[in-house]
Ligand binder design. Sequence first.
Ligand SMILES: Nc1nc2c(c(=O)[nH]1)N[C@H]1C(S)=C(S)[C@@H](COP(=O)(O)O)O[C@H]1N2
Ligand SMILES: [Mo]
Length: 201
Amino acid sequence: MAFESRGFTGRRRSAPPGRLPPGQYDVGSGFPVLSAGPTPRVPLESWDFTVQGVVDQVRRWTWAEFQELPREPVTADIHCVTSWSKFDTRWEGVAVDTLLAGVATDAGYVVAFCDGGYTTNLPLADVVGGKAWVVDTFDGEPLAAEHGGPARLLVPHLYFWKSAKWVRGLTLTSLDEPGFWETFGYHNRGDPWLQQRYAGD
Ligand SMILES: Nc1nc2c(c(=O)[nH]1)N[C@H]1C(S)=C(S)[C@@H](COP(=O)(O)O)O[C@H]1N2
Ligand SMILES: [Mo]
């Protein structure tokens, strides 16, 4: 018989059917921190967000300008490749569609780049069409530094390593250029429903 005390947030929680991708468990109210290095701290006065690469013209927003962009609330389930999933996470930020509006490009891919040097690559198609955001709010509060504040990419339909913390911009590319974890053997795309964890999955 499974023992489960009230408030226990371990691996025995049962998820609503159909909601948990294969090989994942519901982490409950916890929110693990996974960072490949130290947490960078950048003053908002020197923060900016850049869209560059294969574009007609580089676009750049200061923090103040970024705050003026149209914002959207997002509620989504997130899935980390280390096998925890978290349901109904609440964020707010700017859709990548908004950041790319009016950008003329022939690129098929993007590389998200970050303070601290982390990168991750995605097909352009995975960050447009209402599927990705640059978020600066979690659960109604400014995004904590350990979770990527002041701002992170949020791409909830892919494994969470694609949701680059401390993101500072997107480089649009013609060729697909593997990012940090993708270079270390993780899957290039990372669809949790297809269990695309490692290269070759
Ligand atoms: N810049 C940066 N972004 C990152 C990471 C990182 O190490 N550096 N880790 C990734 C991984 S593997 C995961 S699972 C999530 C973890 O986000 P969290 O710490 O908010 O749970 O961030 C992703 N984004
Ligand atoms: Mo991860």
